[in-house]
Design a binder for this molecule. Structure first.
Ligand code: PEP
Ligand code: MN
Length: 342
C-alpha cells in the first residue's frame, strides 16, 4: 500500500480523515494534486500493513484505489509521481525547460579567486557557482579545502554575482553552516552511500545534488536518493559524474545512457558532470554537448582561471574563454532538443 488514489469527488474532510488514519499508522504522507487525480503517497515501511488493514483503507470514503509500488525505491520512482520534479532556487527552476550550468573551480582557493571566477562564469551564462570548500581528496596530504572560510568566500561571490552556490558537504557536523551559506548541498561520489549523511540532508530544507558513486548501479543510486526523500526533503538532483570501468583513457567512464534511463525511472532532475567524467579539459566540451542532447537538465563544469596552478583538478578545468565558447555551442544544442539555456 504505497499510493492511495482519491476519487475525483473526494471532499477535503474525507482526505483529512485518510491522512489522519495514515498518521496513526506512523506513516508520513505527500499529497499530489494532479490535473485529473489527487493521490496520497505513503512514506514509510508499508509492507507491515496487513491485507485486512489495507481492505479497511480501501473502503474509506474518498478512496478510489490503492496501489503498491514494487520497486525498492518508492518516492523516487515515476510510479509515485509522474510529473517531473521542479526545484525552485531563487529565480531559477531546475527540472523545467531551462538548462542550468553550474560552473566554477574544483576548490575554492581564496577570496579574490572565487569572486573572479564567479564573475567570469556568470558573464559566460552560467546560472550557478560551484566550488569545493571541503574536499574529498584521495591523499590526506593533498589540499583539503578552506573549510568554513571557503563557504564564506562562496557566499560573498554569490552576493556579488547573484549566482546561487552548490558545494560539497562531507560531514553531518557541518550541516548548519551549509544551511546558512549554500543554496544546494552537494553529496560527493565517495559519500553516495554514507547513509547517515543522507538521512541528515533529508531533514533540512535545502536542495541536494547527489552524485553517483564511483561504482554504483543506477538502482543503488536511486536507493540513496530514497534515503534523502524518505526524510521529507523532496528536492534531490541526481548528478552523473562517471563510473569506474576497465577503461583508462579517461578518468572515469561517463555513463550518458544513465540520463535517458533515469528519465524513464524517476521524476527527479538529472545533471551531468563531464569534468570528473572524463578528467581531461579538452574532452569536456564534447561530453557536455552530448549530455544536453541526451536530455540532461543541467551541467556541472569545472572552470579555473589558471588550470596549471589549480590546487585540485587542474587537468580537467576549462579556462574561462574555452568555457565561454562552449556555452555558445550548448545554447544551440539546447534549442534543438526543445530546451533553453540563458
Ligand atoms: C567535485 O565535484 O569536485 C568532486 C569531488 O566530485 P566527485 O564527488 O564526483 O568526485
Ligand atoms: Mn573536482
Amino acid at each position: 500500500m504505497d499510493i492511495i488514489v482519491l476519487s475525483p469527488e473526494a471532499t477535503e474532510e474525507q482526505i483529512q480523515n485518510i491522512l489522519k488514519r495514515l498518521e496513526q499508522f506512523g506513516f508520513k504522507t505527500t499529497l499530489s494534486k494532479g490535473a485529473e487525480r489527487t493521490i496520497i503517497g505513503v512514506i514509510g515501511d508499508t509492507s507491515k500493513v496487513t491485507e485486512d488493514e489495507e481492505e479497511r483503507f480501501k473502503v474509506m470514503p474518498g478512496v478510489e484505489n490503492i496501489m503498491r509500488i514494487l520497486k525498492p525505491f518508492k518516492i523516487a520512482s515515476k510510479d509515485f509521481k509522474k510529473a517531473a520534479t521542479q526545484i525552485r532556487i531563487r529565480d531559477y527552476v531546475i527540472g523545467g525547460k531551462a538548462i542550468h550550468v553550474m560552473a566554477g573551480p574544483c576548490s575554492v582557493e581564496g577570496r579574490d579567486m572565487i569572486i573572479d571566477i564567479a564573475r567570469r562564469v556568470k558573464d559566460a551564462g552560467a546560472t550557478f557557482l560551484r566550488g569545493g570548500a571541503y574536499k574529498p581528496r584521495t591523499s590526506p596530504y593533498s589540499f583539503q579545502g578552506l573549510g568554513e572560510e571557503g563557504l564564506k568566500y562562496l557566499k560573498e561571490a554569490s552576493e556579488i554575482t547573484g549566482l546561487p552556490v552548490v558545494t560539497e558537504l562531507m560531514d553531518p557536523r557541518d550541516i548548519e553552516l551549509f544551511v546558512e551559506y549554500v543554496d544546494i548541498i552537494q553529496i560527493g561520489a565517495r559519500n553516495m552511500q554514507n547513509f547517515r549523511l543522507l538521512l541528515e540532508v533529508g531533514k533540512v530544507n535545502k536542495p541536494v545534488l547527489l552524485k553517483r558513486g564511483l561504482s554504483a548501479t543506477i538502482k543503488e543510486w536511486l536507493m540513496s536518493a530514497e534515503y534523502v526523500l524518505s526524510q521529507g526533503n523532496p528536492n534531490v538532483i541526481l548528478c552523473e559524474r562517471g563510473i569506474r570501468t576497465f577503461e583508462t583513457a579517461t578518468r572515469n567512464t561517463l555513463d550518458l545512457s544513465a540520463v535517458p534511463v533515469l528519465k524513464q525511472m524517476t521524476h527527479l532532475p538529472v545533471v551531468v558532470d563531464p569534468s570528473h567524467g572524463v578528467g581531461k579539459w579538452d574532452l569536456v566540451p564534447a561530453m557536455a554537448k552530448a549530455a544536453i542532447a541526451a536530455g540532461a537538465d543541467g551541467l556541472l563544469i569545472e572552470v579555473h582561471h589558471n588550470p596549471p596552478e589549480a590546487l585540485s583538478d587542474g587537468e580537467q578545468s576549462l579556462r574561462p574563454d574555452v568555457f565561454s565558447d562552449l556555452m555558445k555551442e550548448l545554447k544551440a544544442i539546447a534549442s534543438v532538443v526543445g530546451r533553453e539555456l540563458m
